[in-house]
Design a protein. Structure first.
Lengths: 203, 308
């Protein structure tokens, strides 16, 4: 029996590791988490126009409780549609793909991180103050013509109303969670978090 | 549908909050969205737990909410019944007489209804037989043949009819002595209603009370959440008509939340077509002067699996 000599015992660092090494100068663990989730969104879920936002400095933070960051980006398909909104769209023959893509916030977290309602509320409050750099959202979707355009316009008007009455839900974000503990294999899971009591999608 | 007199006394018996009056139970469910849990079973068959009846057990949160709203009061039932022994003989007799008259009233109502039903049935039979006779007559005229057989056919029906009419007055007469047994579920007619000085203080509630009260004021019906692995199950309307919307878990503002708990709740909720609702008051018990102040400061977040 012959044993093969291992020439290079250290494997090449992964794309992700390289990204984290190149992007984060600080030792803040939150930065690495944020980058890992950003990487996942970009290459696994094919999000575009991704940005990283810092939350206001007055938020409580400590070494083991770093200040949360936020990611925003545009998903290739709509991630969430409120059930009443879905009904409205169905009645008008509109599909998710007809709508112009929208920017969605993602809260990057790591499993084992300590969270609280205060932290969650602070992140949600910070979301409305964050200015998103202007991006070319309009040219990514072909403008429909004729009756559909009219219906879309009607839909956007109704949506503007719903944003005020909050009948189609209020502020929402994705909670991205990465397993970084012992044996963590870098899976990221996503949960939709919305402020207030928003009825579930399938009931 | 009589509304009970307010405040409704909630019986506090060995650490439980119970309701014994069916009027109070239906009123609270209808007007205040309080469902409670029926826990009464048959003393002969205590194992059967499919069809439960009175009393209705309330969660401390439910009892507290009703007391805070001024709809109910808490009564120490053991103390309130101390007066039972000192009940005057005259009062006792009068109460028994009252029960008997109630029983008579009930049996009279029942027999009246029975009579009505019978009359209706007889009327129908009568009409039928008359119609038959008419038809038979027409036939006879058509055939121009008179046969006594058709008259004989009618006879048995006529015989049935007079029999009950003779028996009904008899049953009405006998109804006098057979009063139905009435077992009152509450003991407040013989005993005086406990006055406000005898009421117990509002119930002690868990830290999750503000979230409970917050959801209740938003019109949700809440029931205990053990079956779904949460604190409360929130229904958008009466649980008999609606599926629930949320599995609810309360947390204090600075209490640590394990992210795995959010995954568990989110997954469980999505698995049973519900949302996972996490919420709590912004003020701790030290910061707030009253529970009402805490209820005001509640914020909630609904969580669902994103499916990606």
């Amino acid at each position: 029996m012959t044993t093969k000599r291992i020439e290079n015992p250290m494997p090449e660092p992964s794309q992700l590791t390289e990204l984290i090494d190149s992007m984060s100068a600080s030792t803040n663990p939150q930065t690495a988490t944020t980058l890992q989730i950003l990487h996942n969104l970009q290459y696994q879920h094919l999000w575009t126009s991704l940005q990283i936002h810092a939350t206001p400095a007055d938020m409580a933070s400590s070494a083991e409780d770093p200040r949360p960051t936020l990611i925003s980006g545009i998903p290739p398909h709509r991630v969430y549609t409120h059930p009443d909104e879905q009904l409205y769209m169905l009645e008008r023959g509109l599909r998710d793909d007809d709508l112009r893509p929208e920017r969605l916030f993602v809260i990057p977290t790591a499993q084992g991180q300590r969270w609280s309602l205060r932290r969650m509320a602070a992140v949600f409050d910070a979301m409305s103050d964050i200015e998103v750099a202007a991006d070319d959202e309009s040219d990514t979707v072909a403008l429909p013509e004729g009756a559909k355009a009219e219906k879309l316009e009607e839909y956007y008007r109704k949506r503007a109303e719903a944003d005020i009455t909050k009948e189609w839900g209020s502020k929402r974000a994705l909670l991205g969670m990465v397993d970084k503990g012992m044996g963590g294999e870098g899976t990221v899971v996503y949960y939709i978090v919305q402020e207030g009591e928003v009825k579930p999608r399938q009931n | 549908m009589d509304n009970p007199t307010l405040p409704i006394p909630i019986s506090y018996i060995s650490g439980r909050y119970l309701l014994f009056s069916i009027d109070a139970v239906t009123y609270l469910r209808r007007e205040h969205h309080i469902c409670g849990v029926l826990i009464g079973t048959l003393s002969q068959l205590p194992q059967q737990n499919v069809f439960l009846g009175l009393p209705l057990e309330l969660m401390p949160e439910e009892a507290r909410l009703l007391v805070d709203k001024g709809v109910a009061c808490i009564v120490d039932e053991a103390k309130a019944h101390g007066g039972m022994e000192s009940l005057a003989e005259e009062d006792r007799r009068q109460y028994l007489r009252e029960l008997e008259s109630q029983g008579l009233h009930a049996s009279r109502l029942l027999s009246d209804r029975r009579d009505q039903n019978r009359e209706q049935v007889l009327k129908k039979l009568d009409e039928k037989s008359r119609a038959k006779a008419l038809k038979a007559k027409e036939k006879k005229e058509d055939k121009d043949v008179s046969s006594p057989a058709s008259e004989a056919k009618e006879e048995p029906l006529d015989l049935v009819a007079p029999e009950p009419t003779t028996s009904t007055p008899a049953s009405k007469n006998t109804g006098r002595q057979q009063a139905m047994g009435v077992t009152p579920a509450t003991s407040y007619p013989p005993l005086p209603q406990p006055n406000s000085s005898q009421h117990l203080p509002p119930p002690e509630v868990p830290l999750s009370y503000p979230l409970f009260a917050h959801l209740s004021t938003r019109g949700y019906f809440l029931s205990p959440g053990l079956r779904f692995g949460c604190q409360y199950v929130a229904y958008p309307g009466d649980p008999l008509r609606f599926h629930s919307h949320f599995l609810t878990v309360s947390s204090e503002w600075d209490e640590g939340i394990d992210l795995m708990g959010i995954v568990n709740g989110g997954r469980l909720g999505t698995g049973v077509k519900k949302g996972f609702l996490l919420g709590g008051p912004q003020k701790s018990r030290d910061e707030a002067e009253s529970e009402a102040e805490r209820v005001e400061s509640v914020r909630t977040f609904s969580i669902e699996w994103a499916g990606m």
